[in-house]
Design a protein around this ligand. Structure first.
Ligand SMILES: Cc1ncc(C[n+]2csc(CCOP(=O)(O)OP(=O)(O)O)c2C)c(N)n1
Length: 374
């Protein structure tokens, strides 16, 4: 099919924000997206899903592109982010390993189960047709699903898209990076850190809290319409924040990460460091443990996170050990916005009898979208 025409059809339906990881079967659609639309080159297909979902929060209709091998990387956010929060994205997944195709051995099983996997995850899907008049009907159905808050995927067979030449990509590098570290370690509690963040929020701030006790505590600190309490999708908070920050430059977007969660998807440090929207603040509350699941040690005591973020392109990276310094770094970002990473060492544990958000994930999403887009 004519890829350019197909892309234009998508654009006319409002889909102009893309994220993904390449597959050779999809390369011409990816080339089109890079040439003509906003495209975030994700490190992992799960991050691509979260970035697209973040952009959707900011009012974009967004598209994810992936190989079917990458569908396995995307299952956590597809099942616990898109489904739970009713955050729809339009997906294109290739069909490597299709029966009868002489493909490589690693694709054999996924070739057999791609459709079944989507069905199992309750994702509506269709094989993308090659006939443009049929394709227009398919896009109409896909668009209806998205408008009903349901994720929709097209499974794409080999040779579907005709050639689009990739225009030269002007890649930038961060030349002017700042790294600040302090040695004081007073180990404030997570609640103190969250209070500090909540107190710093203005009418233009969005707080996205990672899964587990961070979201639960933020809900108890103050339940506000500019908060999102992640459930599941471990590690996806910073990629989701990236999508939202890019989609909504007039909002200050704060991702509140955990040490365990950030380690799960650390590739996204590099993605954030590259795209580096000024309105993005990535905070890591590091208690050295998986507190939410019983306090088992992570390996974060051995990691210099601020240096890692610095090395991966964040214009500003800082490691602080007290609430006063934490507050000061947040205010530096507010007063001179540049994509910033702040590592704060916190103590283990959480308030006794910590509850859970009484508001449902999809209600949080609706409320947040009203806040963001009103
Ligand atoms: C993919 C996935 N694996 C495991 C879990 C279970 N889980 C939920 S929270 C959590 C610990 C997160 O640790 P960290 O980010 O350090 O935050 P903390 O619990 O210390 O606040 C784990 C392992 C999950 N939700 N998703």
């Amino acid at each position: 099919m004519n890829t350019q025409e197909f892309g234009t059809e998508l654009k006319e339906l409002g889909f102009d924000f893309y994220s993904g990881v390449p597959c050779s079967f999809l390369k011409y659609l990816i080339n089109y997206a890079i040439n003509e639309c906003d495209y975030v080159m994700a490190a992992n297909e799960g991050d691509a899903i979260a970035t697209a979902a973040g952009a959707y929060l900011g009012g974009k209709k967004s598209v994810v592109l992936m190989q079917n091998s990458g569908l396995t990387n995307a299952t956590s956010p597809l099942t616990s982010l898109n489904f739970s929060f009713r955050l729809p994205v339009l997906g294109f997944v290739s069909l490597r390993g299709e029966e009868g195709l002489n493909d490589e051995p690693q694709h054999e099983l996924m070739g057999q189960i791609t459709g079944e996997m989507l069905t199992l995850m309750q994702v509506q899907w269709e094989y993308l047709s090659l006939d443009m008049s049929e394709v227009k009907q398919q896009l109409k159905r896909a668009n209806e699903a998205i408008e009903n808050n349901k994720t929709f995927f097209f499974v794409v067979k080999k040779g579907t898209f005709d050639e689009v030449v990739l225009k030269p990509q002007a890649l930038r590098a961060t030349t002017d990076k700042v790294l600040r570290t302090t040695k004081i370690a007073t180990s404030p509690s997570r609640t103190e850190a969250l209070k500090c963040l909540s107190d710093n929020a203005t009418k233009d701030t969005v707080l996205l809290a990672t899964t587990g006790k961070t979201g639960r505590e933020l809900f108890e600190v103050e339940d506000k319409s500019n908060n999102l309490y992640m459930v599941g999708s471990m590690g996806c908070i910073s990629s989701m924040a990236l999508g939202l920050a890019l989609a909504k430059p007039d909002k200050q977007v704060i991702a509140i990460d955990g040490d365990g969660a950030s380690l799960m998807r650390m590739g996204n440090f590099a993605t954030n460091g590259y795209y580096q929207p000024n309105n993005l603040l990535h905070v890591l509350l590091d208690n050295n443990v998986h507190d939410s699941t019983g306090g088992q040690a992570t390996i974060s005591h051995n990691i210099d996170y601020a240096s890692a973020a610095h090395a991966m392109g964040y214009p500003v990276s800082a490691s602080v050990g007290s609430i006063e310094e934490f507050n000061a770094e947040i205010n530096k970002w507010k007063n001179n916005p540049k994509a910033t990473f702040i590592h704060l060492k916190i103590s283990k544990g959480s308030p006794k009898d910590l509850g859970r958000p009484t508001i449902k994930p999809f209600e949080v999403k609706e409320r947040l979208m009203n806040f963001i887009n009103s």
